[in-house]
Write a protein that binds this ligand. Structure first.
Ligand code: ATP
Ligand code: MG
Length: 606
């Protein structure tokens, strides 16, 4: 796959204040030409899974355009396929969109008052379902809901009848297999269905009987009468309705015929007064059908227009609900919100801020060319955001004990620690140095290589925010393993003391062994070992990273006992961590959002 031009660079271009791309250009031109009075976009997920970061790109684009144009963006469930959809997905989608655009004005939130079907007000000549939600806003929250394509089933049925009356649709008796066979291939024209020349009256009668449940699944379809020889196979009498005796999560048992995507989508856009229907490139070949259907029904202007852009493909992940569902169902991950998943809920649980995803969407931009986005671009957005926002804390994840021999047992020395050097307003806190402290095993080496500046026998290192210590003695257990380091703490090198300015080459983090609180830390890594898990048709499950989750026990500075679920911190020198949303009250479970540096960059040989 072609690598996109925006792969990571050390000097990443800063994001322009007002984004600009070919879609935004089209929207501006349309607005200037007076084609419509309000820019209306929509984000139309099918509720058959949780949203992933590819959807985040689409959300940022659609809601972003609405926001920039003082227009609006409808969140619409594209729920025309009863068998794969579920309310669980409807609810997760709503929560994820809310989170991703949090902080943006209500009118771009894309919801409507619950149960609203028609309002006195109109938009582009259509009933404005959302007017109260747009202007009434704040209090609303709980009584808002998304739009549902399935709410339009009655109108869509009416549009289908109108097509039949105009001689532009017919009921077809071919089986699904015959329909496929008759369609032909791109290089070979299709063959007309024997049902194609039914009278209008016969078609209307059969279509209404399909709706009333007279026929079994697959017995008949409603098809548009277009052109079986069209070079575009989507125009070869596409199916508009099929029979499905199934309970729908939103309409229950009211319907046993369901409209196909192509029929429902353009008309749902139309009914909502959508002006720009933005979708991914696969739908470019559907656009003639989108326009044909709207044109055939003689609808009032302005008509929505479809614009396509390249979908997001991200390194080291798979990006389709079907494949993500497979990871969930097969227990590869713990659920849709497993912090290793590229889902919005997974990223949130991992500790990613919504602004990082919005910044990522701006940086990758919008193009017409499918490419592969370097995951380092995303990781940099996450780090930069957390660097500004996260409070610094001390934690030790692979501890070795240090005994400071000149500090008495029970003595505790208050030290002032900076909360966030990027944000002076965040102030300082007190951490206590005691006789026994934990440091990382990595920060001590008995026989260090050249350029190792941390602790060694007889060597010195600074305990951050405290003082310089010197390693006088290494204590071993019966097996010879190092279990304790006995050190001298030079208390004259503390802040405010005469030797505060004395320099040593390294400063390490530590926690008081007597005061620290225990925690479980989940160290997450990429889910796949290959940048393109499905390259050359490979099964993505063959390149799962066996080390994508490592669980360790750690010691944290005592202030972290008061952390609230979802709260994010930088554990100094270790990375960014977030208290897991379902961390039980009496214990602390932290997820590592991301390490401080990209440790993969060097292993990739770049
Ligand atoms: P999936 O293949 O993951 O199921 P989908 O396209 O079927 O995705 P929908 O629920 O139909 O998922 O998508 C809702 C919207 O999100 C559509 O407008 C679609 O174009 C957009 N979208 C989906 N995947 C991506 C992606 N990877 N990059 C950008 N936009 C995407
Ligand atoms: Mg889909």
């Amino acid at each position: 796959m072609m690598r996109a031009a925006h792969s990571i660079m050390s000097d990443m271009p800063s994001t322009p204040a007002v984004p600009s791309d070919f879609i935004r250009d089209i929207v501006s031109e349309d607005a200037a030409s007076g084609r419509h009075r309000l820019v209306v976009t929509r984000f139309p997920p099918e509720p058959n899974g949780y949203l992933h970061i590819g959807h985040a790109k689409s959300i940022c684009l659609n809601f972003g355009i609405a926001r920039e144009n003082n227009g609006r963006c409808n969140l619409r469930m594209d729920d025309t396929n009863p068998t794969k959809e579920d309310v669980e997905y409807v609810e997760s989608i709503q929560a994820d969109v809310r989170w991703l655009v949090s902080g943006w004005a209500d009118h771009v939130l894309g919801l409507k008052p619950r149960g609203a079907h028609a309002e006195a007000s109109t938009i582009h000549g259509r009933p404005d379902h959302s007017i109260a939600a747009i202007r009434g806003s704040e209090a609303a929250g709980h009584d808002l809901e998304p739009f549902f394509a399935s709410d339009y089933f009655p109108q869509l049925f009416g549009f289908a009848e109108r097509l039949i009356e105009k001689g532009l649709a017919y009921v077809c008796d071919l089986s699904p297999e015959e329909t496929d066979r008759y369609r032909g291939a791109p290089d070979r024209p299709g063959q007309e269905s024997p049902s194609r020349h039914r009278t209008v009256a016969e078609n209307l009668d059969l279509f209404r009987r399909m709706r009333s449940g007279e026929f079994p699944d697959g017995a008949r379809t409603l098809r548009a009468k277009i052109d079986m020889a069209s070079p575009n196979v989507w125009l070869r009498d596409p199916i508009l309705y099929r029979i499905r005796h199934a309970t729908h999560h939103h309409t229950g048992d009211a319907w046993c015929i369901y409209p196909m995507y192509d029929f429902a989508h353009c008309l749902s856009d139309y009914l909502e007064g959508v002006t720009h229907s933005i979708c991914t490139l696969e739908f470019e070949v559907h656009r003639p059908l989108y326009d044909w259907l709207l044109g055939a029904l003689d609808l009032a202007r302005p008509l929505p227009r479809q614009i396509e852009f390249a979908r997001l493909n991200l390194g080291y992940t798979v990006m389709s609900k079907r494949k993500l569902l497979q990871l969930v169902n097969e227990g590869v991950v713990t659920g849709w919100d497993d912090p290793r998943m590229p889902t919005i809920s997974g990223l949130r649980r991992r500790g990613v801020l919504p602004g990082s995803l919005r910044e990522f969407a701006l940086q990758i931009g919008v193009t017409k060319f499918n490419g592969l986005t370097d995951v380092a671009v995303l990781e940099k957005c996450i780090r930069d955001d957390l660097n500004r926002a996260a409070l610094r804390r001390l934690a030790v994840i692979q501890p070795i004990k240090v005994v400071l021999t000149n500090i008495a047992p029970g003595e505790s020395i208050a030290c002032e620690a900076t909360n966030n050097p990027e944000d002076p307003a965040s102030g300082t806190r007190t951490v206590h140095l005691t006789r026994e402290v934990w440091i990382e095993q990595d920060d001590f080496m008995e026989v260090p290589p050249p350029k190792y500046f941390r602790l060694r026998p007889g060597g010195e290192v600074r305990l951050k925010y405290a003082c310089i210590i010197r390693c006088d003695e290494v204590v071993r257990d019966a097996t010879g393993a190092v279990v304790e380091l006995r050190c001298f703490a030079d208390l004259t090198t503390r802040t405010g003391q005469p030797n505060a300015g004395r320099k040593v080459k390294a400063a390490i983090h530590w926690v008081s062994a007597t005061l620290a609180v225990p925690a479980t830390i989940r160290l997450y890594d990429r889910l796949f070992t290959e940048e393109e898990p499905e390259k050359d048709g490979r099964d993505f499950k063959s390149v799962l990273n066996p080390h994508s989750l490592r669980v360790v026990q750690a010691w944290l500075e005592p202030s972290l006992a008061g952390a609230t679920p979802g709260e994010r911190f930088q554990f100094e020198r270790l990375g960014y961590f977030c208290l897991d949303a379902s961390s039980p009250p009496q214990s602390l479970v932290f997820n590592r959002t991301i390490a401080l540096k990209d440790s993969w960059a060097k292993t990739k040989g770049e």
